[in-house]
Design a protein around this ligand. Structure first.
Ligand SMILES: *Cc1c(COP(=O)(O)O)cnc(C)c1O
Length: 425
């Protein structure tokens, strides 16, 4: 099946009792056992079935299968937010004294999680000066447990060299974890370029309507955990936190995500509500169509801004003279993401004036909504970072980030014309 079809059909083949065509919301905590023996078999992983929604739920399972298929993965785990997905994907394989090597330009909360929260638990993150695979490789040592990157960085729009990063990670026997939130599997599938685990904030384009927080961890199924039994013992030796199961033996290719589910999620509980899984399923069904319009509108906005005399610079990876162009061309083909940044002439003050004069664009910190959104990263998402840290993650004081929506392009451009006129007088 093609992506457009997967997004609508995979994971659900009808409800046998009710014949419901839309995926039902199984708003239940627990599932009944036929007998003590059946319950015991479920707990022993001898038969498949549902036990308790903190471990798994049939509505969530449809979303998981669908996103796994969209990403060319083998299995997935849905969680309550993108940050929970990132947390579990890392917590699954690290411990005191180990480290992560990450590309430097990251979503604000991810950066804060890695540098402030994880570090206090004794797991450090190393950031090279550049996101070049060679720079990443230099920081990998025997205590490294994963390489982390965003396929498309927020807000700079930089596209990671996933193939190169996977190569250096695998050379040193560690997996590559990729946050694919901004690209979505419609534009880019990191697993097809060698990534081992893909994480998502379903909150953004996947849900697509700005209504529902959610996250996803997709297992690519290729990483040879068994080749590194001392490093990834939790994957290949009996697990004390789940009555001695050996993940690679019992779950095979989906060992990683199975452990995320039965150790991380089961015992810390960032479960996606089945109602939210249902809402996210509605979004995923139209993902391909929406992305097409997002991409087309963003290109028109970028071209318009570049031709505007009041605009100092436009960072859009679709311009051949943009330094991000070659990497974007390789991984996104002729398409580009609908996030772009620009600076109004007149610095911080003119930028703020333009931002404040927007009427159709909503001023907020979200992105990937059907609505056009604008954000001033320096005063919001990235304000808790020092100016040096801001620079490191690619944020400048006058920068306005647009998440171009799927409204009619004429209305979008009208709004920008008006706001720029106000800013530049
Ligand atoms: C929003 C976002 C997250 C966090 O997702 P939540 O669902 O808000 O927790 C992580 N990574 C990227 C790239 C994001 O844009």
């Amino acid at each position: 099946m093609k992506r457009e079809t997967i997004a609508i059909h995979v994971g659900y083949c009808g409800d046998p009792t009710t014949k419901a065509v839309a995926v039902p919301i199984y708003q239940t905590i627990a599932f009944e056992f036929d007998s003590a023996e059946h319950g015991a078999a479920l707990f022993n992983l001898e038969v498949e079935g549902n036990i308790y929604t903190r471990i798994g739920n049939p509505t969530n399972a449809v979303l998981e299968k669908r996103v796994a298929a969209l990403e060319s993965g083998v299995d997935a785990l849905s969680v309550s937010s993108g940050m929970a997905a990132i947390h579990y994907a890392i917590a699954n394989i690290v411990e005191l004294g180990t480290n992560i090597v990450s590309t430097p330009q990251l979503y604000g909360a991810t950066y804060t999680f890695l540098t402030h929260i994880l570090a206090k638990q004794g797991v450090t993150t190393r950031f090279p000066e550049s996101d070049h695979p060679d720079a990443i490789e230099k920081l990998i040592d025997e205590n490294t447990r994963a390489v982390f990157c965003e396929s498309v960085g927020n807000p700079a729009g930089n596209v990671a060299d996933i193939e190169g990063l996977a190569r250096v990670a695998h050379k040193h026997g560690v997996p590559l974890i990729v946050d694919n939130t901004i690209a979505t599997p419609i534009l880019l599938r990191p697993i097809e370029y060698g990534a081992d685990v893909v994480v998502h904030s379903m909150t953004k384009f996947m849900g697509g309507h700005g209504t529902t927080l959610g996250g996803m961890i997709v297992d690519g199924g290729h990483f040879p955990w068994g080749d590194y039994p001392d490093r990834y013992y939790m994957m290949v030796r009996p697990e004390p936190a789940y009555h001695g199961v050996v993940y690679t033996e019992h779950y095979g290719a989906s060992a990683f995500v199975a452990r995320c589910r039965t150790v991380c999620q089961r015992n810390t509980g960032a479960t996606l509500s089945p109602f939210n899984a249902f809402l996210l399923l509605q979004g995923v069904e139209t993902l391909a169509l929406r992305i097409e319009r997002h991409v087309e509108n963003a290109r028109k906005v970028a071209e318009y801004l570049r031709g505007h005399p009041g605009v100092e610079w436009v960072n859009y990876a679709g311009f051949p003279d943009n330094p991000l162009y070659p990497m974007a061309q390789k991984y996104l083909g002729s398409k580009r993401c609908s996030l772009l940044t620009f600076g109004v002439k007149g610095g911080f003050e003119a930028g703020t004036k333009c931002f404040n004069a927007l009427r159709l664009f909503k001023r907020m910190v979200n992105m990937g909504d059907a609505k056009s959104l604008a954000c001033h990263p320096a005063s919001t998402t990235h304000r808790q970072l020092t100016p040096e840290e801001q620079e490191k993650v690619g944020v400048t004081p006058e920068m306005i980030r647009l998440s171009v929506g799927i409204e009619h392009i004429d209305d979008i451009l009208d709004d920008l014309t008006h706001a720029l006129a106000k800013a530049t007088n």
